[in-house]
Design a protein around this ligand. Sequence first.
Ligand SMILES: [Zn+2]
Ligand SMILES: [Zn+2]
Length: 730
Amino acid sequence: MMPSFYDEGMLVAVLTTQPLDRALDYKAPEGGCHLGAFVEVPLGPRKVLGVVWRPGKGDYDYAKVRSVLRVLDAAPMRDEMRAFLEKAAAYTLTPMPAMLRLATRAPGLGDPPSMRKVYRRGPDEPDRMTDARRRVLDFLSEYGDLSFTLKELAELSGVTSSVIKGLVKQGAVAEEDSPRDLPFPPMDPSRPGKALTEDQARAAGHIAQAVQSGAYGTTLLRGVTGSGKTEVYLEAVAACLKAGRQALVLLPEIALTAEFLKRVEERFGARPAEWHSGATMTERRRIWKMVGQGQAQLVIGARSALFLPYQNLGLIVVDEEHDTSYKQEDGVLYNARDMAVLRASMLGAQVVLASATPSLESWANAESGKYTRLDLEARFGPAVMPTMRTIDMRAEKLQSNRWVSEELKRAVEARLEAGEQAMLFLNRRGYAPITLCRACGHQVGCDQCDARMVEHRFLKRLMCHQCGETKPMPTVCPSCEAEDRMAPVGPGVERLGEEAVELFPDARVAVLSSDMYGSARALKAEIEQIAEGGADVIIGTQLVAKGHNFPNLTLVGVIDADLGLQGSDLRAAERTFQLMRQVAGRAGRAEKPGTAMLQTYQPEHPVIRAILAGDEEGFWRAEAAQREAAGVPPYGRMAGIILSGPDVAQVFDAANALARNAGALQRVGAQVFGPAPAPIARIRGRHRVRLLVKAGKGVALQGAIAQWVGQLRLKGDLRLAVDIDPQSFY
Ligand SMILES: [Zn+2]
Ligand SMILES: [Zn+2]
């Protein structure tokens, strides 16, 4: 047992968020400190944040060891949390400082509790309105009742603080004193929930009982769109709160809507803590602290909410568990779904994985008995799954630069006449995926990446979807210098929107794409307005498939059902199947039956046929058999190693050296493939080379990989990233 308290002068090992390879020894400060305490320590000339991780090693001259500067006003990190971070680091092969950064993503953790000035909408109007003043007032009304610090309000509305002070004098903005961090209002789990069907009540009872057991367990809650998954897992949340434990509901960022929060608030009589990228710094700090003190009982959040310092977490719900956004693809490469299961198993907590179209991993875990599986078959209310059929595009004679078939066009017209909504789905942002010179055939590419630039007419720019680089639309060909010969090729949602306006001149057409709105909040507001009837024809990318309710939508036309089927990604079929099922599930949610029409050039493709047949079990079984035969996840283990650097020869040399010296892998029976240029061989000017590691299911892969890549000395600007269980093969 480690001592849990260290008196002044005793040695403690402090893990900091700085990129060092170990925890450093410090002397405990005056008054001593607890194991797990959040502290400030000197590092060179700086002061940095750290956590007392274990007793000091004492392998350094005691006289020269520096002291912890101070203990921060925050609950010490619990043993369980430290153990979780260590296990997560070992699983994802992430250095500990990076894990600690994930767990401390709230600014000002060291600030003392105190009062501060906050600003909200005041009762009066200013005597004179300027653009800057208008921006402040619009921003405040968009956020309703929330208040902000002066700095936040100035930054978020893009004005100087003197503009806000001016508005305060006029009474249009109110200045108030507020404690820095307020507890969240208590949830009332005893309020009655929605009436449940027999099916739902059985599932809810099952999970609630598991929660009450206080033991670990994972349940796969499968149900088609609208089958009442949310009602069911909210009952599990209620059981958890009643047991006096905290609950966490993870959602893909885009599904965290006002509509969803309203449902939660109605169920429990108070607003939960919301943790997402749009939360202000002040709010993040408050949530972090209150979660740690047990004064936030329920957190609804995007994936990083998993790393908050819960005191007594009893339930984690991962809604839309198949969603690819749970895999962090930048920095620490982790899958929030898998880490949720890991964390719960260490805590004696329950996990609910909810989805209409589960990932093959979760399906297989349920098949093998590792997870409990509960199915909700009946849709909530009278609606049923939409009728689905294909439109064989080989038989269609479309004009050039047209993508909507005659059959789909007529179907849309019929909905418009009936006063219903129709959706045209195309999973491609922007106006056109290719910009081509008609004189020489040159295609405009990104200067930094091996990717084509995508025209975004709405932004009047070409954009690289890999690195975000933009440039103006060229009028002269960058290759042959011919003038005015650049032409768009292929459709994106913006261009499809133009076609829809021409085809349906009397309809209100709305294009929904993540890049067309300034913020996630503005986008969600737009989606809600459209769902309430603000448009007749909705043109959308995959974001419309995520949890939004369009009660008046009765037709979904998929412009290119083949889009996801190409490519070498092992999950291509699974993704297409899930996406098409989800999109189709948007149609006919209320009283009106829906139809989904899939435009395809390969109607006989097994994935397209499985989608049409609605034979999910059949699809999974076939897909599982294929993966099992190939020995790939979830029936084998994989890891991607990406080496990158500015000099392509140097990157290949390093990758070849690794491939040649793979003894550590061979000893555990793992195989190395490559090196080969990564599917995207250059991003932001860095050349990327990939190695793939494949091993049997029971192999302890991480240790072998750590040993294997540990022998490579990364010289100069060379970087190495390890992706355990890669989701995509960038
Ligand atoms: Zn040209
Ligand atoms: Zn680029």
